[in-house]
Design a protein around this ligand. Structure first.
Ligand code: DGP
Length: 112
């Protein structure tokens, strides 16, 4: 999508610290890290929110989780959290599906 910031990162039009990239996905460091390790994993295909997942694109979500787990291993994370905020009420601010991989510090539950 033309003006989507994460599509621009996926196309290499704006800089990001890329951690991993495949034909379908890109993982890069979050600009505003909430933990010592904070990586965003996105599909290159523009999908706005988790509410748009359907039978044609759900496999991408599994690939994102697999990629998150591979990155966590590469970072030697003892434990980690994967978060996907769906819609503004849940804290989504960028409307291109992304999974946050957070690790490197003690986490607490429930989140705010
Ligand atoms: P969310 O609130 O769940 O939609 O998370 C959006 C995240 O995206 C937030 O943690 C900050 C990050 N972010 C926003 N703009 C950019 C950017 O231009 N580059 C990078 N690397 N991260 C960004």
């Amino acid at each position: 999508m033309e003006n989507c910031i994460f599509c621009k990162i996926a196309r290499g039009e704006i800089p990001a610290k890329i951690v991993k990239e495949t034909d379908e996905l890109v993982a890069f460091n979050d600009l505003s890290p909430q933990a010592p390790h904070h990586v965003l994993i996105i599909p290159k295909q523009h999908i706005s929110t988790l509410a748009e997942i359907n039978e044609n694109n759900y496999e991408l979500m599994g690939k994102i989780v697999l990629t998150a787990s591979e990155i966590a291993k590469e970072l030697n994370l003892e434990g980690y959290r994967i978060v996907a905020n769906c819609n503004e009420i849940a804290g989504q601010s960028v409307f291109h599906i992304h999974f946050h991989l957070l690790g490197g510090r003690q986490m607490h539950w429930p989140p705010g």
